[in-house]
Write a protein that binds this ligand. Structure first.
Ligand code: ACM
Length: 753
């Protein structure tokens, strides 16, 4: 943010803040950071002596401001000309969505060339206003802002198929999109687990497809599967959809509806099996994943989808209709005589070309309605529909390919834009699908892939945050996953790279969080969360703690109790002399301001000692390149993709420890992960040898638990060198997932005592 501060003003504000009768000014801490902002001397007092003058073109935006002021404060506008808020049309403003906002002591001037620009000026103005409710006077910092977005497409997605969220919440979500100057809400309305939009011509979508007979409990990789057996569902009536669209329009937010095809359509096939390939009766899906039931490219299926589109385009004025296109398994198409004949008759090469045919046919229909399609990046497979915009979610490959083919693209890569992923490694985080996407990583995202030339980069419309809701059953949890990552993304898509600074963003976010508190939003706050790392040097093991954001004190305990404001103050790395349960948190003068970091550290004889491996872990499961098998820290008990578990795919993995001197050895313990769904199997045995002795076999308990604990004890062993060989479980047996393939070996720590 280009901000000019007046030092004198700063001290003056400090001074007047001490004076009780003078209202506190608000430090300009706008999110997303404006392109340029100059803080000026003085305050504008918004009270009953202010008139509002609005260019006709911005009438609705003026009304929005009027409503905001009357709802939040005890202030109404007057006809007098003492002080003014003026909205002017200015076609000199370069960016369609740009604006200027100039606050002086007597006048607030907003200039824009579109209602959207004027609306964003109002959003900045709102962020300059204090939060007190029912005040009859509020002070606004004098400031000069000239602002415009970096990207045209600034979106947030929401999956209402896996879990359904009420209209009032959808409106609050749109409010947040608008406050952050994002302009698109991608409403993911149809899923295997539920159809959520009323389509009058097909009543069974409401009666059958909108409800399921239960929901999976826990993670989809948990075995055995458990269900709550409770009927679950709902849908938005067309009246409700109209209400939401009008609400969004008033906030300059475009809603792009998504109607999934040809996959993710099992809920429809539960009601209308005739649109599928098998004709089999299926149910609305109760668990998570990708399912084989898929639309069959029959005339009656296209007729159905066209009828649906007819009703959808009547409800949504957006230029784009999202047709999904992702994760469409081709098995049923391969097995269906109809599909195979269809492929031959239409000169198609394979099922991918059939998918492309399907999408292109629907594109033609949607284009005939004056609309354009967006599809997930799978629509590239088998040939891209001529006018399609691609939403790149499987990394940026799809975006690069599409932009090189001169198609518009929107970036939503899982690596930076999937807000259903974990945002913290703290054990207290709610269950999520997996992944790890902390705030800083969202903030660091650059939607323009490096591989694109400047010319190709012009096809990048922008980026979008996606919230899939398999593991998000409530609005509270949804808020927790969405915020503040959405704030970080708003800056990614709005602010120019040179104005982005994560430390500065965090300070503004702290300020913004007061607004979220005021709105009673259940946002996640990991700003003062602690992380730690272990280090061993010269036989001394220490644990270093670090706060995500500076400025608070860190306190800790080692007796298993939760740290409090009177616990030991952390000053330097903690020396670990024995097995230790370390609990630490950040504190300000009032109390704890972070989650508790709870870290068990196992002090054993091999910590930090030389360890050679016969093979490196696979790069997908290598804890970011560290060998974590002798750092005293175990992996997660829930997730194998963390910073401790290492994944190997060798016939035999051999580990050799050099303890540097002859040492008494009484036990070796290890942990292996069993994740048979992901082809991960604990080994059957390990072989241990000391110095140059003969290897001895030790069996690993035969267990199906997620973590298999292994321990073997010894008597009277003295050795410097320990060699542990772990033969892979082997080729996965028929009937199991991954049958015929070599299994994976996962281990997190080998404890030698
Ligand atoms: C997706 O995440 N299946 C688009």
């Amino acid at each position: 943010m280009k901000t000019t501060y007046y030092l004198g003003l700063f001290f003056m504000l400090l001074f007047i803040n001490c004076h009780e009768n003078i209202p506190k000014p608000i430090y300009p801490a706008i999110i997303p950071a404006p392109a340029s902002q100059t803080v000026k001397n003085g305050l504008f007092s918004l009270d009953n002596n202010v008139s509002l003058k609005v260019d006709d073109r911005f009438k609705e935006v003026g009304n929005y401001l009027k409503k905001y002021v009357s709802k939040n404060f005890n202030i109404s506008f007057t006809e007098a000309n003492d002080k003014q808020i003026v909205f002017n049309y200015n076609n000199q403003i370069e960016n369609e969505e740009g604006y200027t906002l100039n606050v002086t002591q007597t006048m607030i001037t907003i200039e824009a060339k579109s209602a959207r620009g004027a609306f964003y000026a109002v959003q900045s103005l709102i962020q300059l206003m204090p939060l007190e409710t029912k005040a009859s006077q509020v002070s606004i910092q004098c400031v000069e802002i000239a602002d415009a977005p970096q990207f045209r497409y600034r979106g947030m997605h929401l999956d209402v198929g896996r879990h359904f969220f009420p209209v009032d919440f959808i409106k609050e979500y749109i409010d947040m999109i608008a406050l952050l100057k994002m302009n698109t809400f991608h409403w993911h309305l149809t899923e295997d687990q539920g159809w959520r939009i009323e389509i009058k011509k097909y009543p069974k979508l409401q009666e059958i497809s909108a409800f399921r007979d239960g929901t999976l409990i826990g993670h989809y990789s948990d075995k055995p599967e458990r269900y709550d057996n409770k009927r679950y569902g709902g849908y938005y009536t067309q009246e409700e959809v109209k209400e939401v669209v009008a609400y969004a329009t008033e906030r300059q937010v475009t809603i792009i509806p998504e109607i999934e095809m040809p996959g993710h359509s099992q809920a429809v096939l539960a009601a209308y099996p005739e649109f599928g390939c098998t004709g089999n009766k299926v149910e609305v899906v109760k668990k998570w994943g990708v399912f084989e039931d898929i639309y069959c490219p029959k005339e009656e299926t296209f007729k159905f989808l066209e009828d649906v589109i007819d009703e959808v385009v009547e409800l949504f004025p957006s230029k784009y209709i999202h047709i999904g296109g992702d994760e469409a398994p081709k098995k049923q198409w391969k097995e269906s005589k109809f599909c195979q004949d269809f492929i031959k008759k239409n000169g198609l090469k394979d099922e991918h070309e059939l998918q492309s045919y399907f999408i292109q046919r629907m594109e033609k229909y949607i284009n005939s309605k004056g609309r354009q399609i967006i599809g997930w990046d799978e629509i590239l497979e088998g040939g891209l529909a001529p006018n399609a915009t691609v939403m790149s979610w499987r990394g940026t490959k799809g975006a690069i390919e599409a932009a090189k083919e001169h198609h518009d693209v929107i970036l939503t890569p899982g690596s930076h834009c999937y807000f259903d992923h974990y945002q913290s490694k703290n054990k207290s985080e709610p269950l999520a699908i997996g992944g790890f996407l902390p705030l800083e990583k969202v903030y660091s995202f650059n939607p323009i892939p490096e591989e694109l030339t400047e010319e190709e980069a012009k096809y990048v419309l922008g980026a979008q945050g996606n919230i899939w809701t398999e593991y998000i059953p409530t609005t509270e949890q949804l808020e927790y996953m969405a915020y503040p990552r959405m704030m970080a993304l708003s800056e990614v898509v709005w602010s120019k790279s040179e104005n982005k600074n994560f430390d500065d963003f965090k300070q503004r976010l702290l300020h913004f969080m007061k607004r979220l508190d005021h709105l009673d939003v259940n946002y996640a706050n990991h700003l003062f969360e602690l992380s730690g790392h272990i280090e061993t040097q010269n036989d001394q093991t220490t644990y270093t703690l670090k706060s995500e954001t500076e400025g608070k004190s860190i306190r800790y305990t080692t007796d298993g109790t939760d740290p409090t404001i009177s616990s030991t103050l952390y000053k330097k790395p903690i020396v670990i002399e024995k097995d230790t349960q370390l609990k630490a948190a950040s504190f300000d003068e009032k109390g704890r301001v972070s989650n508790i970091l709870d870290q068990q550290i196992y002090k054993h004889k091999a910590i930090g000692k030389k360890l050679s491996l016969s093979a490196l872990p696979n790069e997908k499961f290598n804890a970011g390149g560290k060998i974590t098998l002798n750092n005293g820290i175990l992996g997660s008990d829930k997730r194998h993709r963390d910073q401790e578990w290492l994944g190997f795919r060798e016939d035999t993995l051999k580990l050799t420890y050099d303890l540097e001197k002859v040492t008494d050895i009484s036990s070796i313990s290890a942990r292996f992960h069993n994740g048979q769904y992901q082809w991960i199997y604990a080994p059957n045995e390990i072989w241990v040898s000391f110095d140059d002795g003969k290897p001895e076999k030790v069996e690993v308990p035969n267990s199906k638990e997620w973590v298999v604990n292994f321990k073997t004890t010894f008597n009277g062993i003295k050795a410097q060198k320990i060699t542990i060989s772990i033969p892979n479980y082997g080729i996965i047996k028929p009937g199991k997932r991954g049958a015929g393939n070599l299994s994976w070996l996962f281990l997190d720590e080998i404890i030698i005592n």
